[in-house]
Ligand binder design. Structure first.
Ligand SMILES: CC(C)(COP(=O)(O)OP(=O)(O)OC[C@H]1O[C@@H](n2cnc3c(N)ncnc32)[C@H](O)[C@@H]1OP(=O)(O)O)[C@@H](O)C(=O)NCCC(=O)NCCS
Length: 310
């Protein structure tokens, strides 16, 4: 197991706030090194074993220590892959952003299990960051739509259940999958700049990856946001590509968490937080009328990128 000195050094590299590090010291000293090494070195672990060892919310602190301990592996992987120092700099703040989120949720500078999995993906280079946006190193599209182009050039999305070889792009095709870290306003120009960098990266490092589109799946793609909020960055983001509905993927409770910082919450909980931002006000009004949100996806076909990025 790493020492406290290593933990604080790595946390500094990862730009974690000193208060987040300091509040974890008493917990750090309680960890059994043999237990830590067994869990950290294993490919998988049993979440229940960790929850049992660290009852209540304390398991989150353990997940944080594991995430920070992975820093040298991440540096080594970037070196091995010849990834640039800038890529490492871009992705470093991600862990701190998640800690901000969990502080807002439950007052603990720690991680939940799901987000620990995410940090492992960052460590292994499966998720990369280029400026404002992140993307997968590899991805097969799982949206149930097939894209066609009509004679007049209009792109048409049709539902499909499996890969459609007649389509320009459909379920199962290779794609660049975007993620949006909670790194402040999602300005269109930052997204375009980021997309440019992503396209350059794939040309240089992954010429073998014959992606047919850039895609995204998210709660932020629900077109209802353009109706309930006036001019927003979300609306601009949605206009980058073609939006489709992920049938059956209800995002209402996810949005209660993402927007009101209430983990495992439902619309009945939203008055527990102040309605103090434009999005909180708009979402609260919509939910109070019985509205629901659905996950949506976005597709930007590869041949549309040149025009978008010029
Ligand atoms: C996606 C995200 C960057 C959009 O933020 P944005 O660019 O500020 O969004 P908009 O311009 O559309 O929103 C404007 C208003 O809503 C507020 N707002 C935006 N996202 C908010 C959120 N998640 N919770 C509460 N309020 C939010 C803004 O503060 C602003 O309020 P104001 O009008 O009072 O100043 C932001 O929601 C975020 O960081 N989300 C967390 C990451 C995430 O969910 N990524 C997608 C994963 S699938």
């Amino acid at each position: 197991m790493l020492s406290w000195k290593e933990f604080t050094d790595y946390a500094a590299e990862l730009q974690l706030k000193e208060e987040y590090v300091a509040q974890n010291k008493p917990f750090f000293e309680k960890i059994d090194p043999a237990f830590f090494d067994r869990i950290f070195q294993g490919d998988t672990f049993d979440p229940e074993e960790i929850r049992k060892a660290f009852p209540g919310e304390e398991y989150r602190r353990f997940m944080l220590v594991m995430a920070v301990a992975g820093w040298p592996q991440m540096v080594a992987h970037y070196k091995k892959m010849n990834f640039t120092q800038q890529m490492l700099e871009d992705i470093k703040p991600d862990l701190g952003l998640w800690l901000d989120k969990f502080m807002a949720d439950c007052g603990i500078a720690g991680l939940d299990m799901r987000i620990y999995g995410w940090t492992k993906a960052l460590r292994k280079g499966s998720i990369l960051q280029f400026g404002r946006l992140q993307c997968n190193y590899d991805h097969a599209f799982y949206g149930k739509v097939a894209c066609f182009r009509d004679a007049d050039g209009t792109v048409r999305l049709e539902p499909c259940e499996e890969h459609n070889s007649k389509a320009l792009f459909s379920f199962g095709d290779p794609a660049i999958n975007l993620h949006i870290p909670a790194a402040g306003p999602l300005k269109r120009e930052l997204c375009i700049d980021s997309l440019r960098k992503i396209v350059r990266f794939f040309a240089e490092y992954r010429p073998d990856f014959d992606y047919k589109a850039v895609v995204c799946y998210s709660w932020i793609l629900d077109p209802v946001f353009t109706q309930i909020m006036k001019s927003t960055n979300l609306a601009d983001f949605q206009r980058l590509g073609h939006i489709f509905r992920m049938e059956g993927v209800d995002e209402t409770n996810e949005i209660v968490w993402r927007v009101f910082d209430i983990p495992n919450g439902t619309p009945a909980d939203i008055d527990k937080r102040p309605h103090n931002t434009g999005m909180r006000k708009a979402v609260a009004g919509y939910l109070k009328e019985g509205g629901r949100f659905c996950e949506h996806g976005m597709v930007i076909l590869r041949d549309e990128l040149e025009n978008l990025l010029k």
